[in-house]
Design a protein around this ligand. Structure first.
Ligand code: PGA
Length: 260
C-alpha cells in the first residue's frame, strides 16, 4: 500500500444478496464506514438490488458498482443491461472482465477493452480484472498472461478517470480458499505497475491495483501491506459484514500507519 493512493476495499457479491438482504448488508457497510475514514469502500450487488442500494448509499462514503454490463448502450439484447442504465440506477462503478465472465460466459480481452470504453463514456469507473489460471501458473506463464491481458485493454484504460482500478485475481485462488503468497501477489502487482508505467508514468502512479482471491480477515494485512497492493476485491468474505468490516479495518490500520 502506498500513501499516495487511497486504498479501495471492494465487495463483489456475485449472485448473492439480490433483494432485501442486500439492502441490509449495504446499510451495515454504510454504518461501518465512519470507522475507516482513510479508505474507499465499494459494494457490487446483483442488478436486482442495484438501484435500491445506490439510492440508499447516495451521499454516503460507500461506492456502488455493477458486476458486469453489455458493450452496447441500447438495443434488442434480451436480458442484458447497459452502461447508461447502470449509471441511471445510480451506480458509479462497474466490474469488467471478471474471470467468471471470461471463463463461464466467453468474454475476451478485446470485448473487455470495448466495455471499458463504453463504461467511460457513460461516466462509470471500471475495476478491470486480470489473472492467470492454475495451468498457466504451473507452466510458469503468470506474468505473460497478465501482460497480454493488460496489453489488450491499456488504450481503453488510459481514457478512464484517475480513480479507476485494476484487480489482479489469480483464477485458482478465487473462491477456493487457496491463497496466493504475498510475495507472488507483489510480484504480479509490481509487474502490472511496470506495464502501466510503460504506457504512462501518471497512469502507473494513479491506478489502484487491487488483489482478489480468497481475501479473508486473517490474510488481509499481509496482502495489503505489499507496496503495490492498493486494496482488495473480495467475494466470499464480502457477504458478511463482520468479515468485510475486519478487512476494511486492516486497510485502515495500514493507511493510518502510512500517514505518520
Ligand atoms: P473470493 O472472490 O474472495 O470469494 O475468492 C474474489 C472475486 O472473485 O472477486
Amino acid at each position: 500500500m502506498h500513501r499516495s493512493r487511497t486504498p479501495l476495499i471492494a465487495g463483489n457479491w456475485k449472485m448473492h444478496h439480490g433483494g432485501l438482504s442486500g439492502l441490509e448488508l449495504a446499510m451495515a457497510v454504510k454504518a461501518s464506514s465512519s470507522q475507516v475514514p482513510l479508505i474507499d469502500l465499494l459494494v457490487a450487488p446483483p442488478f436486482t438490488a442495484l438501484a435500491a442500494i445506490a439510492h440508499e448509499m447516495d451521499g454516503s462514503r460507500v461506492l456502488v458498482a455493477a458486476q458486469n454490463m453489455h458493450a452496447k448502450t441500447h438495443g434488442a439484447f434480451t436480458g442484458e443491461v447497459s452502461a447508461p442504465m447502470i449509471a441511471e440506477a445510480g451506480a458509479t462503478w462497474v466490474i469488467l472482465g471478471h474471470s467468471e465472465r471470461r471463463q463461464l460466459f466467453g468474454e475476451t480481452s478485446s470485448g473487455v477493452s470495448e466495455k471499458i470504453h463504453v463504461a467511460t463514456q457513460a461516466k462509470l469507473l471500471p475495476i478491470v480484472c486480470v489473472g492467470e489460471t492454475l495451468a498457466e501458473r504451473e507452466a510458469g506463464n503468470t506474468l505473460g498472461v497478465v501482460s497480454s491481458q493488460i496489453a489488450a485493454v491499456i488504450e481503453a484504460f488510459r481514457e478512464t478517470p484517475s480513480a479507476a482500478a485494476i484487480a489482479y485475481e489469480p483464477v485458482w485462488a478465487i473462491g477456493t480458499g487457496k491463497n496466493a503468497l504475498a510475495t507472488d501477489v507483489e510480484e504480479a502487482h509490481a509487474h502490472i505497475r511496470s506495464l502501466l508505467e510503460k504506457a504512462s508514468p501518471t497512469l502507473a502512479a494513479r491506478t489502484r491495483i487491487l488483489y482478489g482471491g480468497s481475501v479473508k480477515p486473517d490474510n488481509a494485512l499481509s496482502l495489503l501491506e505489499q507496496p503495490n497492493v492498493d486494496g482488495a476485491l473480495i467475494g466470499g468474505a464480502s457477504l458478511d459484514i463482520a468479515s468485510f468490516g475486519a478487512i476494511a479495518k486492516a486497510a485502515q490500520t495500514l493507511a493510518s500507519a502510512n500517514q505518520v
